[in-house]
Ligand binder design. Sequence first.
Ligand SMILES: O[C@H]1[C@H](O)[C@@H](O)[C@H](O)[C@@H](O)[C@H]1O
Ligand SMILES: [Fe+2]
Ligand SMILES: [Fe+2]
Length: 277
Amino acid sequence: MSLDVLPIGKPAEEFRKYESEPTTKLQQCVKNFYYQQHRHQTVDFVKEMKEKWLKFNHAEMPILEALDLLQQLFDESDPDLEDTPNIVHAYQTAERMRELFPDRPWLHLTGLIHDLGKVMAVWGEVQYAVVGDTYPVGCLPSETIVYGLESFKGNPDLENPKYNTKLGMYEEHCGIDKLLMSWSHDEYLYQVLINHPTCKLPEEALYAIRFHSFYPYTKSGAYRYFESEKDKEMYKWIMELNGSDLYSKSDEPPKIEELKPYYQKLIDEYVPGNVKW
Ligand SMILES: O[C@H]1[C@H](O)[C@@H](O)[C@H](O)[C@@H](O)[C@H]1O
Ligand SMILES: [Fe+2]
Ligand SMILES: [Fe+2]
């Protein structure tokens, strides 16, 4: 990790702490969140969510307007954001990217919009289908997932012999993009973007958005046996995003209104116009 990606305000090891014995309301909220997510996300559930959200018939609005809706979004899975609405996190991430990669403007925009799929929650979706880390369904969950296997108790897929083995319904090295991931803001935004006819974000940006919450894979090295050669090449783009995503959470609050014109210019170049959600 390069030095300039390190956090300001609190040490790196103080991020992503998931307490098995919560002592604060926030910790308890995060723990409840993950137990819910792991209990309810099944192969059938993800298929239903895809049916529901990939018709893109929920709204039609430009990127910056959708982003403003994140003013209302408080992420129940995140131990590092507490009372901060997700819109602040969006601009913090973008500004970190801008500092680290001044000559790659598409990365600044990637930072800005990476969590924009969370608008699903503003439009009424349950948070366990929107936020939190992701992992593949349809195979045995990795021990490295936040709160471990114990938190999957009661999930019917774990009783199903088609789904409860190491490979489950997949083949070795089939590619990460062939996995049915737990339904979340990552896959949703990826699909929204590729459905937008004039989206010009490069493949690297789209890949990083799609898998940025797959911490069991990126941080813990789980599920490597599903990786393709292509995934190995693309891995570094998730890491570029993750550094700014995670370690900007204790940065000074950004002056959002002052920053908008800069990002609007990028949006006009890479994801212009009305977007179908
Ligand atoms: O990508 C992040 C990450 O996976 C966090 O752990 C989670 O709390 C957030 O909801 C998500 O946006
Ligand atoms: Fe995210
Ligand atoms: Fe994020």
